[in-house]
Design a binder for this molecule. Structure first.
Ligand SMILES: [Zn+2]
Length: 189
């Protein structure tokens, strides 16, 4: 007896990736791996047989597949501390899950801020870092310079985005790797 189609319960795609849009940080394009082994995108250039940077980024391994723990790419491996002076606060690159102020024990004042390594291409994460640093009073001009923030993004917009979509931070650190992500809804911000 021939095999009957199992279409109804077959997954349509082998795997999917959500790739954030460069022009609009609130937008994502879904790249899907078909059962035939083809990567397809739903963006306008792809549909017109043009080059699509979303597929390219998936091929480059920059984006973690949906529902999968983030592997440890080089930029997430332990970092030696690098201090960068930004306004009065010192920003220190460190293996923290999110922006973490360091208080001076004696004066109970914030003396430095630990900043997590930025994952490539994750604009929600970058916006969370910018939001947290703004909350700590770091000057926007300093942030723009330090994080190469696109000109169209304003502090008002960052605040609006986080109030609307919540914060995105790394999952717990285990053996030097962040275990995926943790999403903090707007109510928890
Ligand atoms: Zn695309």
């Amino acid at each position: 007896m021939p095999k009957t189609s199992t279409k109804s319960n077959a997954k349509r795609y082998e795997q999917q990736w959500d790739v954030s849009s460069d022009s609009d940080p609130t937008a994502y394009y879904t790249v899907s791996l078909t059962r035939e082994g083809q990567l397809i995108c739903h963006c306008w250039p792809f549909l017109r047989n043009r080059e699509c940077k979303h597929v390219r980024r998936v091929q480059a391994g920059e984006i973690a597949p949906r529902g999968q723990t983030v592997a440890a790419p080089p930029w997430m491996t332990p970092v030696s501390s690098t201090a960068i002076a930004v306004s009065k606060l010192r920003l220190v690159l460190a293996n923290v899950r999110c922006v973490t102020p360091v208080a001076d024990k004696a004066e109970a004042e914030i003396s430095a801020v630990k900043v997590p390594p930025l994952p490539l291409g994750n604009e929600h994460f970058l916006l969370t870092v910018l939001y947290d640093l703004l909350q700590l009073g770091v000057a926007w001009s300093a942030l723009q310079k330090r994080f190469k923030v696109p000109r169209e993004i304003t502090p008002e917009w960052v605040t609006y985005y986080i109030a609307e979509y919540g914060r995105l931070i790394y999952g717990p650190l285990q053996e030097g790797r962040f275990q995926g992500w943790e999403y903090i809804p707007p109510e928890g911000v």
